[in-house]
Write a protein that binds this ligand. Structure first.
Ligand code: CAA
Length: 293
């Protein structure tokens, strides 16, 4: 069995904001990364997302052009899950929907029967225990919650359910800290783990404040950046997370906990229906130029 630091062949299922970010940090750490998405279109979008992020790092002077090209050469993109057959660790980063995640994990079971391969689910609101229980080897399923933007945020929450092998948690934590250079915190398998349990009610309070006309989006954000020293205000952060993702996460937490603090305000649904999904779609509570998407 490989230890965490020995893991070098990584799979990423899903190439959205989180998937592309996780692929980037793994490739920057020297891993061979295979990203699998469902359509040719999302494959192209995912590759473009990774290229944009690397180019931004080059423009900031954080990455040389040769290194950028080397990172890109370590990432391959495909549309068939069986391209994961030789992977040692697979991150599942598909949409925050239990049925979708369970279906994917079961498909991965068929492709990776060796119970030594770690399945890491990047959920931020679904219980790892339930996702693991739906698979053939619950002992190898672990939660790894990365934060957006993945290359910039140093934290990963690592969560094992009651059926997760202690060794799986240790290997995963060793991988994210020693290979990726992130900081890890462990959380029990509780709704929202540590960070979202605290963050989501705060973001939703800001959404309700804007919706009720208590203050403008600009002033709410200004209040929290200048008044409390946060790097960005809650509505800009909601835009960064994605309005659709925030709504899905809040729904999951509300269903799990029954706590009204997590109940997503209707305005989030209207924004999603209008295509205002935040920074990635150009508009949310604020507007964004294409270079930020
Ligand atoms: N990729 C790589 N590095 C990046 C980056 C990116 N996309 N964006 C910023 N950085 C790096 C910069 O290179 C810079 O690094 P140095 O300090 O080493 O020079 C640093 O981050 C600061 O960047 P900037 O000065 O350009 O910009 P900034 O000061 O406005 O910081 C930010 C940008 C890091 C995004 C900052 O605004 C921030 O920390 N915001 C809060 C983000 C946050 O809270 N994320 C969590 C979201 S919740 C979530 O993801 C979980 C969930 O399930 C909902």
């Amino acid at each position: 069995m490989s230890t965490g630091p020995d893991i070098r062949r990584v799979g990423v299922a899903g190439g959205g904001l989180m998937g592309a970010g996780i692929a980037e940090v793994c490739a920057r750490a020297g891993c061979d990364v295979r990203v699998v998405v469902t359509t040719d279109r999302s494959r192209d979008a995912s590759r473009a997302r990774l290229e944009r992020s690397l180019d931004a790092s080059v423009a900031r002077g954080k990455l040389g052009v040769d290194e950028r090209n080397a990172v890109l050469s370590r990432v391959s993109f495909g549309t068939e899950l069986n391209e994961f057959a030789d992977r040692q660790l697979v991150f599942e980063t598909v949409t925050e929907d239990e049925g979708t995640k369970v279906k994917l994990l079961r498909q991965l079971d068929g492709i990776l029967p060796d119970s030594d391969v770690v399945f890491a689910t990047n959920t931020s609101s679904l219980p790892v225990t339930r996702l693991a229980a739906a698979t053939a080897h619950p002992g190898r399923v672990v939660g790894t919650h990365f934060f957006n933007p993945v290359p910039a945020m140093p934290l990963v929450e690592v969560t094992g359910g009651p059926e997760t092998d202690a060794r799986t948690v240790e290997r995963t934590e060793a991988f994210v800290t020693r290979v990726l250079g992130k900081e890890a915190i462990r959380s029990a398998d509780r709704a929202g783990f540590v960070v979202n349990a605290l963050l989501v009610p705060y973001l939703l309070s800001a959404v309700r404040m804007a919706e009720s006309g208590h203050a403008s989006a600009e002033d709410i954000d200004k209040g929290m950046t200048l008044g409390c020293g946060h790097p960005m205000g809650p509505l800009r952060l909601a835009d960064l997370v994605g309005i659709d993702t925030l709504r899905a996460v809040a729904r999951g937490l509300y269903e799990e906990s029954g706590d009204p603090a997590y109940s997503p305000p209707e305005i989030l649904t209207r924004m999603v229906e209008a295509g205002r999904c935040g920074q990635k779609s150009g508009r949310g509570f604020h507007s964004y130029s294409q270079q930020h998407q």
